[in-house]
Design a protein around this ligand. Structure first.
Ligand SMILES: [Zn+2]
Length: 420
């Protein structure tokens, strides 16, 4: 008994050493190796790290997932490393994703094939000296009821129906174009041929487009994410609203399981009813971005049944169509269009009532030619140039007096009352 008692200070000291948080100015620990063992009864997922981190795991239902949250970790793993990992027929883990989740925060999201509960999370040093540390998540198969109870335990309290934030007053100066590169951080988006990952390719394109637009000196450009960062769909719209957006352009790339032949760029606007089944599928998959990142889905639309809100929304949607037509015409000149290039569906990210929004699916990561295009600086340049011309055309029409475009739009919108 007394011997154990004497060991305590040593154990405590080791514990403090092992768990001392990394200082903010230090580079985050690097994860270079991942191990997975899964026999259907138990699963063990470990990351070898250059320094220890404290991590916390919890269950999330519908679809059933486990999220493992930790301070920022630099995951130097193949982006595809966690895809389709089940080897055992009864495996608990279907797939997992990893990446930055917020400033100073990383996350691993584990998709479950069957209900599995968190048994334990541990961080331990592998050997004395400067050897790396191993973070391990232990799961065990559990009853569906046990999983549901655990998930309920972690569920955030229901949100009070927050009123839609009021748009800021139109700022003087250049019209603001908000570019929204899809996905980021733990949410990679679509994956495709040749190691293509949507979040990376659409970001490179958004940067090229930003440079083109800024070079004209006619616009201020705001990006909804900076680098490989996760931003929720709601926060993307909130950022655009805070920036007093005159135009919102969301940039994505798609993938098709059924066919590798489908290719080309498609421009989407928002509608309550999808233009076709394919548009419906794409909206559903893009709207699931927050779920992919391990977030519980929040009420997307506060359901504002206000007639003014409705008028405003109809007006901005008319302008989104105007921009969409011009964009499709310009992209047609650049010869990169899909066979059915102008569609609509209920994209969450396009639902802001106060500025026109479009979503561009640049191409299909399931198509080798599109992937080669998206990776090519020449293609990006040509396509961004076509989009820059479409933006110029749109603002030339909407903004004859040099007023901020959102202003000009309000005054002349179809269906709106004539301005006093
Ligand atoms: Zn996407």
């Amino acid at each position: 008994m007394s011997r154990i008692f004497h060991l305590w200070p040593v154990v405590a000291a080791l514990f403090v050493l092992a768990w001392a948080p990394a200082r903010a100015d230090e580079a985050p620990p690097v994860a270079a190796v991942v191990h997975l063992a899964d026999d259907g009864a138990r699963a063990r997922l470990s990351f070898d790290l250059s320094a220890p981190v404290t991590a916390r795991a919890r269950e999330i239902a519908n679809p059933d997932r486990i999220v493992l949250d930790m301070p920022a970790v630099d995951f130097r793993l193949r982006p595809q490393a966690g895809r389709a990992v089940a080897r055992h027929p009864d495996a608990l883990i279907k797939a997992f994703r990893f990446g930055l989740f917020g400033p100073g925060k990383s996350r691993v999201v584990i998709d479950l094939a069957r209900p599995a509960c968190v048994a334990h999370v541990e961080t331990r040093r592998l050997a004395p000296g400067e050897t790396p540390s191993r973070l391990t998540l232990f799961l065990r198969a559990c009853a569906e009821t046990a999983f549901a109870a655990a998930a309920l335990d972690h569920a955030p309290p229901p949100l009070a129906a927050a009123p839609a934030p009021a748009p800021s007053a139109p700022a003087r100066g250049l019209p603001v174009i908000v570019l929204d590169p899809g996905h980021g951080g733990v949410d990679g988006g679509a994956y495709g041929a040749d190691g293509a990952v949507e979040k990376t390719l659409v970001y490179a394109f958004a940067e090229a487009l930003r440079d083109k637009l800024e070079a004209t000196g006619r616009y201020r450009v705001v990006m909804t994410r900076v680098g490989d960062q996760y931003v929720s769909l709601e926060d993307r719209v909130a950022k655009a609203r805070a920036a007093n957006a005159a135009l919102f352009v969301s940039i994505h790339a798609d993938t098709l399981r059924e066919s590798t032949a489908v290719s080309g760029t498609t421009v989407y606007t928002c509608s309550n009813k999808a233009s076709d089944a394919e548009a419906q599928r794409i909206a559903e998959s893009e709207n699931a971005a927050d779920r992919e990142a391990g977030e519980t889905t929040k009420a997307a639309d506060p359901g504002v049944a206000d007639i003014l809100f409705d008028l405003k929304r109809r007006e901005t949607r008319a302008y989104a169509h105007l921009f969409s037509h011009g964009l499709v015409a310009r992209l047609g000149e650049a010869e990169t269009l899909n066979h059915n290039p102008e569609r609509s569906a209920g994209f969450v990210v396009l639902k802001a009532p106060d500025f026109p929004s479009v979503l561009v699916e640049l191409g299909y990561l399931s198509n080798a030619h599109d992937v080669a295009n998206l990776k090519s600086p020449q293609w990006r340049d040509k396509t961004a140039e076509a989009m820059r011309k479409a933006v110029d055309g749109f603002f030339a029409k909407a903004d004859p007096n040099g007023e901020p475009a959102s202003h000009a739009l309000t005054a002349s919108a179809p269906g709106a009352k004539p301005s006093p």
